[in-house]
Design a binder for this molecule. Structure first.
Ligand code: F6R
Length: 265
C-alpha cells in the first residue's frame, strides 16, 4: 500500500486527477471503477477543468460505479446515478452506453448483482477509485463484509445512514439498503486509488493501513492487493502511528498540465 500524504483536500484532488488522467493517457479505453460521496468531488472537478482546457477523450472509457441506494430511481436527485451525471458524466464526453450502474430499482436484486458482476469480469477494472467510510467501509461493504464478497444487496450500517444524512433533508429519508459491488470485486481491479480527507476518517485510515486486516475495517482488506495508492490529507492521516514520508514518487507517471508528458521514476 503506497501512501501519499497531502497538505489539504485541494492537493489531494489534484494528485488524484493526475493519476486518473495518466491512466487515461496510458490506455484510452480504460475501465474505471468510480465512487460517489463528497471525497472524489474535487478530483472530478479537477478532471472536468482539465477536460475543458485540453483535449481529452473519454469516449472509449467504460465506467462501473461502486454502489447505488436500493429503492431510488435513476432520476431521483439523491440517487448515485444522478450524482454522477451531474458531477461528472455530463461534463465530459462519456458515451451513455459505456456507463454502468447497479439498478436501485431492480425487482430481482440478486440477478442484477450477478449480471453486474459478470459484466465486470468481462471488462476488468483498470483503476478503481474509492472513498472510505468513517466506519472503514469501501463501496457499501460495511463492517462484517467478507474478503471474497461479491456484488449484493446490503443493509446500511447505522453510522453510514447518519453520515450520509448530510446529503438528505433528514436522517429518516436515507435509504436503509443499497446494492454494492463486493470486496472481492474491488480487489479484482488492477489498480486501486483510495482517497481520504478530514479528521472523521482518521480512525478508519489507521484501521486500513496499520491494523491487521479484518472484517471490522473492510478497507483493511486492501492490504491484500499489490497495487493500492492511498491519497490522504494530513487530517485523515493524523492517527497513523508510523512515520510516512510525504512523497510524490508514487505518481510514477507525471502528468504535465500543458502537455501529456509521461515520465517514470
Ligand atoms: C460511495 C461509496 C462510499 C463512500 C464513503 C465515503 O460510492 O461507495 O464508500 O466512498 O462513504 O463517503 P464521503 O466521501 O462522502 O465521505
Amino acid at each position: 500500500m503506497n501512501i501519499i500524504i497531502t497538505k489539504n483536500y485541494q492537493e489531494l484532488s489534484k494528485k488524484a486527477a493526475n493519476i486518473f488522467l495518466n491512466q487515461l493517457a496510458l490506455k484510452p479505453d480504460s475501465v474505471f471503477g468510480l465512487a460517489t460521496g463528497s471525497t472524489p468531488l474535487g478530483m472530478y472537478a479537477e478532471i472536468i477543468k482539465r477536460f475543458k482546457n485540453h483535449t481529452y477523450d473519454f469516449s472509449r472509457v467504460k465506467t462501473f460505479n461502486l454502489d447505488e441506494y436500493y429503492g431510488l430511481k435513476k432520476n431521483n436527485p439523491q440517487s448515485y446515478y444522478y450524482f454522477m451525471q451531474e458531477n461528472f458524466f455530463k461534463q465530459v464526453n462519456f458515451k451513455d452506453k459505456n456507463i454502468n450502474f447497479l439498478n436501485g430499482m431492480a425487482s430481482n436484486p440478486q440477478k442484477e448483482c450477478a449480471d453486474y458482476e459478470a459484466k465486470i469480469k468481462r471488462n476488468p477494472i483498470d483503476l478503481q477509485i474509492l472513498g472510505i467510510g468513517a466506519n472503514g467501509h469501501i463501496g457499501f461493504n460495511e463492517p462484517g463484509s467478507k474478503l471474497n464478497s461479491k456484488s449484493r444487496l446490503i443493509d446500511l450500517d447505522k453510522k453510514t445512514i447518519e453520515d450520509n444524512s448530510k446529503f438528505f433533508s433528514s436522517k429518516g429519508e436515507v435509504p436503509t439498503r443499497a446494492l454494492t459491488i463486493g470486496i472481492g470485486t474491488i480487489l479484482s481491479a488492477k489498480k486501486i486509488l483510495l482517497l481520504a480527507s478530514g479528521k472523521n476518517k482518521a480512525e478508519a485510515v489507521r484501521g486500513m493501513v496499520e491494523k491487521q486486516s479484518s472484517a471490522k475495517c473492510p478497507a483493511s482488506f486492501l492490504q491484500k492487493h499489490n497495487d493500492v495508492i492511498v491519497i490522504a490529507d494530513q487530517e485523515a492521516t493524523s492517527m497513523l502511528k508510523k512515520k510516512y514520508k510525504s512523497q510524490n514518487n508514487f505518481e510514477d507517471i507525471i502528468y504535465n498540465e500543458n502537455n501529456i508528458s509521461i515520465k517514470r521514476h
